[in-house]
Design a protein around this ligand. Structure first.
Ligand code: CMP
Length: 138
């Protein structure tokens, strides 16, 4: 059954003009981009989004980076979208990512890892509704 997940093309990838390449990559994997917006997150918006990492040592740096420049937020739809998007991205740390994944090919490092994807169906619901209203998903 088709389901949805949430994706971010992070500031390091947008800055290097990789937005189109990543969108094509998603579409070639038969995931539909059913919502898409370019935006520049405020620090507070990044903190709210990553609230589950609030106690982690990298929280300040991560939220500073995510608010350092424009990113693209998106909703992806397809068979098993949440798990498949995680597989297409590869491991969080590009050094651990498999060949042929976005992070292996494009990421700069653990923080500047080019893309984000929800880590569960519940996170997907929360993350989609953090950035999009139901009317914007078509
Ligand atoms: P993301 O999938 O967006 O989820 C949390 C982000 O924190 C992660 O990708 C990385 O960009 C960043 N991060 C920085 N340091 C770490 C770390 N030590 N472990 C996990 N994530 C980290």
């Amino acid at each position: 059954m088709a389901s949805r997940t949430f994706a971010i093309i992070k500031p390091d990838a947008v800055e290097r003009s990789l937005t189109g390449r990543i969108i094509s990559w998603i579409e070639s994997e038969k995931l539909k981009v059913v919502a898409l917006r370019r935006m520049h997150m405020t620090k507070a918006e990044a903190e709210g989004f990553y609230i589950e990492h609030k106690e982690r040592p990298f929280f300040e740096s991560l939220t500073g980076y995510m608010s350092s420049g424009p990113c693209c937020v998106a909703v992806l739809e397809g068979e098993n979208a949440q798990e498949r998007w995680r597989d297409i991205m590869g491991a969080t740390n590009p050094n651990d990512a498999n060949e042929g994944t976005i992070r292996k090919e494009l990421a700069v490092g653990l923080e500047k890892n080019s893309v984000h994807g929800s880590d569960s169906e519940d996170s997907a619901k929360r993350e989609i509704s953090y950035f999009f209203s139901e009317l914007e998903i078509v």
